[in-house]
Design a protein around this ligand. Structure first.
Ligand code: C2E
Ligand code: CA
Ligand code: CA
Ligand code: CA
Length: 279
């Protein structure tokens, strides 16, 4: 098949057509999955090396697809962001997180915070602040139990309005973490202006710290920056004991990774919270 493009004849590429249809059907499936609540949160603990206690959890989305099985957020979050479905999805997941937090509070499990990943699109919404606060208050949860993780690419978008919204959340006790820190070159200039409480060292720096000294230098520089800006510091993607020791020697004592625990379904996470020695 051919059609007349701007510059004359172009060949129609059937593989593009099938890609388009695949995406369209995935979009429709995602919409239905949100309605049917097939997307749920798993929880990964954040550990403090002093006593190996759980200081917080990160909520990570998982799609239980009836045919495909467990679909990674790396597949559907970008699709949700492109299609605008991220608003409905984000709202549903925050509600789920609040319901879960309420249950944990009622069970006396109350000495940890919960971090939620937030797409830049959500921050750009006018009603962002109230969309975050409303479900938290509805479930009578204290705002300071919550942290939101944002990525650096947010910082390059609607700067002034993002700053004021994040400040407002901060004034209510919600902590702001900068995720994947160091992967974006603009980081430093923005650190001064954004009301951020902590930075997360990206797992790409952690994965080969024991083998390359360059990554160790980067981490040590990030630790210095966090210290200088009085920010909390946490490393993600810690998989081995040598990585843990190197991070500790570089001044990072809070971490998250498969070494301690994979992200767990709520039920299993509840058992761990009741009995942290399971970790
Ligand atoms: P992220 O926020 O940087 O999350 C860290 C990712 O590293 C998670 O992948 C986690 O399962 C994985 N991870 C944890 N420990 C280790 C480890 O020791 N080694 C390795 N190799 N990986 C580890 P996951 O769950 O597949 O999520 C991928 C990304 O999807 C997240 O990256 C985040 O950007 C996004 N995402 C997940 N859930 C949500 C959500 O509810 N909303 C939004 N907007 N984004 C989400
Ligand atoms: Ca994160
Ligand atoms: Ca990250
Ligand atoms: Ca990431």
């Amino acid at each position: 098949v051919k059609w007349r493009g701007k510059n004359g004849f172009q060949y129609y590429d059937p593989s593009m057509n099938s890609m388009f249809h695949k995406k369209l059907s995935l979009e429709n499936e995602l919409r239905r999955a949100i309605e049917k609540r097939q997307i749920v949160l798993y929880y990964q603990p954040k550990i403090h090396l002093d006593g190996h206690c759980v200081i917080g959890l990160e909520a990570l989305a998982r799609w239980h697809h009836p045919e495909l099985g467990l679909v990674s957020p790396l597949e559907f979050i970008p699709l949700a962001e492109e299609t605008g479905l991220i608003h409905a999805l984000g709202e549903m997941l925050l509600e789920e997180a609040c319901v879960q937090m309420r249950q944990w509070q009622d069970a006396g499990l109350n000495n940890f915070s919960l971090a939620i990943n937030i797409s830049p699109q959500l921050v750009e919404e006018d009603a962002f602040v109230s969309r975050i606060l409303t479900p938290i208050r509805h479930h009578q949860l204290s705002e300071d139990l919550f942290e939101i993780e944002i990525t650096e690419n947010l910082l390059m978008r609607d700067v002034e309005s993002s700053i004021s919204k994040l400040k407002e959340l901060g004034s209510h006790g919600i902590k702001i973490a900068l995720d994947d820190f160091g992967t974006c070159y603009s980081s430093l200039a923005y650190l001064r202006r954004f009301p951020i409480h902590s930075v997360k060292i990206d797992k790409s720096f952690v994965s080969d710290i024991s083998s390359t000294s360059e990554n160790a230098s980067i981490i040590s520089a990030i630790a210095g920056i966090a210290n200088g800006f009085k920010l909390d510091l946490i490393a993600e993607g810690v998989e081995t004991i040598p990585q843990m020791h190197t991070l500790q020697s570089l001044g990072c004592t809070k971490m998250q990774g498969f070494l301690f625990s994979k992200p767990l379904p709520a039920k299993e996470m509840t058992q761990v919270l009741h009995n942290p020695s399971l970790l």
